[in-house]
Write a protein that binds this ligand. Structure first.
Ligand code: ADP
Ligand code: MG
Length: 732
């Protein structure tokens, strides 16, 4: 593509913008949650009895009768039709990522076929459906010929209307009840952590009946001009640039983060916020991120199950709206080399039904003992399951971020800050021979009398830690921007539940042996603090020294994505998932099969796109430019003496040689990559295939990219067939 054409593409996209968002009304509260069947809609469209019955199902987990389901369906239908819905769908989260829907119309014949048409939506249709599921991955749980998967309504996630369709959030399970999606195990993990955490809370406060898991996600993303996007086969087919010489200016001035948001992007963000509000998503921050063209969107945190749904809804809206604004949304974790990638920080916390945040320092020594109990157990969890936590966030796309010089490092460590670190030190070295008295004086010695509430806006924030305590929550920063948050949360919840169960057992044993409750808790915490120390690290997580130190501490430093997936199926993990009633061995194995398969497919696609671009786009152009140089030397010889040409034509001849070398390097490595790919594809076992793609195919990507990027630097700008980083990365 010549630079004139590239310029035209930008102009085309530019003409679409800026546009001013439709004025949504005076107050956000007027349209907030308009498209969600929330509490207000429920109480308006359901009878008092039905409303109460449904609330009991949601809050207390009571069984849903078909009669109540019928009533709910009728109310929901009326509400949805008033918003223009003509169809309904069970909306679910298959393991392919993203969301899936199968739309059915409300229409039915009133009595006999051929008769009058009415809109119908019954409790049965609301509660269960059987989508034609044969094309969704099941990792062998549900062999394709029986193609039976069921979707089942999750009453705890509010239904919503999208376009002309009523969307009903559902789980997706096999005929025998195994989870084929992300939601089913997420719900189970939430239940498991609720149970275990409530039991521990009861040491401190017997009024606690329920512990909620909370999530506040921060979604990072890139925008590029739609016109330019369309001319990059790598962006279109893989979501990232496989080649591209870095721009002279990238993020080194760090001027994007605090810079003004370009007008077109501001209009997009405004629209996005408005749409989000209509879906009841409490969006709070929209701002620039570190890299050029990179932005972030974050809501106020909420109950985890709902927060995950909302993230998926907004990802979908982001994509559609971007096109409306002449952009393309890139959710890929590493769309551009040399600048930061995108993550989705998952702010994770637990809180009681009595309104206490379990990672929030309290006001009294007793509350603080509870706080420290949960912090220490979270550290134990991260210490024991570092490898599994890493596996939970790893995908072919997120692997590009992992271990790069930006969050997250390939080692799971936890940042605490000096304040909490000091308290743990004090407890570790405290004298527990005497009875612990939770009065102010005693507590002062232990450092838990009063913990100032200053972490949240404190300077003490470490951006290089993958699992950072940030005042009232842990921020798991390793999650990828394109991912469903659930796999990471499932591991966090389940491992925490298991850890808390162990803690309860250890404390109870000491109590049985005659210890006072507070003493027992203290002693167990002391032991735990010693054990989990290696995972605590407040230094620079990106440094080389840390990698070496982490190895010495015995932390897991593996980076290979397919190798790490094993963390799900080793005995320790299987037993834990089964103990906590979250997933069975069969489910874990099946899900890993899908991960291996997805990994191989992604690398295979990238490898084909890269090969094509190298051979069809780049080499022909490089050859043409090389010819031009050769021509010019030949012509010089017509007007100048051979001796002079030898002298002043030297640089050009060197350049010709360099181009020839690059071309040969590209060709040779593409050939080798293709051979490695075919070999990998012939492997039957999914795990071995994924490993072959990782070890044998992917290493060629860099070997092919490097000479191509060099060519981009040398070849006439007018001839270069693809938009360059400097054009892709700076929206006007
Ligand atoms: P930063 O970019 O500095 O990490 P943000 O303000 O962008 O901070 O995001 C912080 C996120 O953490 C928000 O989504 C916020 O709602 C969420 N959050 C705050 N407190 C909690 C909590 N107790 N539990 C879970 N998430 C929380
Ligand atoms: Mg953050």
């Amino acid at each position: 593509m010549s630079s004139t054409l590239r310029f035209n593409a930008v102009e085309e996209a530019f003409k679409k913008q800026p546009r001013v968002p439709v004025s949504p009304g005076k107050f956000t509260s007027e349209y907030y949650g308009k498209y969600v069947f929330n509490d207000a809609a429920m109480s308006k469209y359901l009878s008092k009895d039905t409303y109460r019955a449904l609330k009991n199902v949601i809050d207390k987990g009571e069984n849903l009768t078909l009669q109540v389901a019928d009533q709910v369906a009728a109310g929901m239908k009326r509400w949805a039709m008033e918003l223009g819905a003509t169809h309904y769908t069970h909306w679910f989260q298959p393991l392919t990522g993203g969301t899936a829907e199968k739309h059915d119309s409300f229409i039915e014949y009133e009595s006999a076929p051929g008769g009058d048409i009415i809109e119908e939506f019954t409790g049965k249709l609301l509660v269960q459906a059987e989508p034609d599921a044969s094309s969704f991955p099941s990792g062998g749980i549900r062999s394709t010929f029986e193609a039976r998967g069921y979707t089942g309504w999750d009453p705890a996630s509010p239904a919503f209307v999208k376009g002309n369709t009523l969307c009903i959030p559902t789980v997706f399970i096999s005929y025998k009840g195994e989870a084929l999606d992300y939601k089913a195990p997420l719900l189970k993990s939430i239940a498991s952590v609720n149970k275990a955490a409530t039991a521990v809370c009861n040491y401190f406060d017997t009024r606690v009946k329920k512990v909620y898991a909370y999530l506040g996600w921060e979604q990072e993303y890139f925008l590029v001009d739609e016109g330019l996007f369309a001319t990059r086969p790598d962006l279109v087919l893989t979501g990232r640039t496989l080649i591209g010489h870095e721009s002279a200016k990238l993020q080194q001035l760090e001027d994007h983060y605090f810079g003004a948001i370009p007008g077109r992007v501001a209009a997009y963000m405004e629209d996005l916020e408005y749409e989000g509000y209509k879906y009841g998503i409490p969006l709070k921050t929209c701002h620039n991120e570190v890299a050029p063209n990179q932005f972030e969107l974050a809501p106020i945190y909420s109950e985890m199950n709902v927060a995950v749904d909302q993230n998926l809804i907004i990802m979908n809206i982001m994509e559609t709206l971007a096109m409306k604004h002449g952009f393309r949304l890139l959710l890929h974790e590493k769309p551009f080399a040399g600048i930061n990638g995108s993550g989705k920080h998952c702010n994770w916390s637990l809180g009681t039904d009595t309104g206490v945040g379990l990672f929030t320092p309290g006001k009294t020594p007793k509350e603080n003992l509870q706080f420290i109990t949960f912090i220490v157990n979270a550290l134990m969890m991260a210490y024991k399951h570092g490898r599994l936590l890493k596996a939970s966030i790893l995908t072919a796309t997120n692997a590009h971020r992992l271990g790069a010089n930006e969050a997250p490092p390939a080692i799971i460590s936890a940042f605490l800050g000096s304040q909490i670190g000091n308290i743990l030190d004090k407890i570790e070295h405290s004298d527990t021979k005497h009875d612990i008295v939770l009065d102010a004086k005693h507590a002062l010695k232990l450092g838990i009398a009063h913990i100032p509430d200053l972490m949240q806006d404190n300077t003490d924030r470490n951006r290089t830690s993958p699992f950072a305590f940030t005042g009232n929550r842990f921020e798991f920063r390793a999650v990828g921007s394109s991912a469903n948050c659930s796999p990471a949360l499932i591991v966090l919840n389940t491992a925490m539940a298991d850890q808390l169960t162990q803690f309860k057992q250890d404390v109870d044993n000491k109590i049985k042996a005659g210890e006072k409750k507070e003493n027992a808790i203290f002693q167990v915490l002391k032991e735990y603090i010693k054990i989990c120390k290696p995972v605590c690290f407040d230094g620079n997580g990106y440094s080389k020294e840390w990698e070496e130190e982490a190895k010495r501490r015995g932390l897991d430093c593996e980076k290979s994505c397919p190798k790490l997936y094993d963390a799900y199926t080793n005995q320790k993990s299987v037993e834990m998932f089964e103990r906590m009633n979250v997933m069975s061995q069969l489910e874990l194995t099946a899900r890993n099969e899908i991960k291996y398969e997805t990994y191989s497919k992604k690398i295979a696609i990238e490898s084909r796109v890269l090969g094509n671009m190298a051979l069809n786009h780049i080499i022909p152009v490089a050859l043409r430019y090389q010819d031009m140089l050769i021509d010019s030397i030949a012509k010089l010889k017509q007007v100048l003496s051979a001796e002079k040409v030898d002298k002043i034509g030297k640089e050009s001849i060197d350049e010709i040689e360099e181009i020839a070398t690059c071309i040969s390097e590209v060709k040779r490595n593409v050939q080798k990559m293709v051979a490695a790919r075919e070999k990998a594809l012939a492997i039957e076992n999914q795990k071995d295939m994924a490993n072959a793609f990782h070890d044998e195919v992917e290493p060629y990507f860099d070997k092919i990219r490097k000479p191509i990027d060099r060519l981009e630097f040398i070849v006439d700008n007018e001839m270069w067939p693809l938009p360059k980083y400097r054009e892709l990365l700076f929206i006007r």
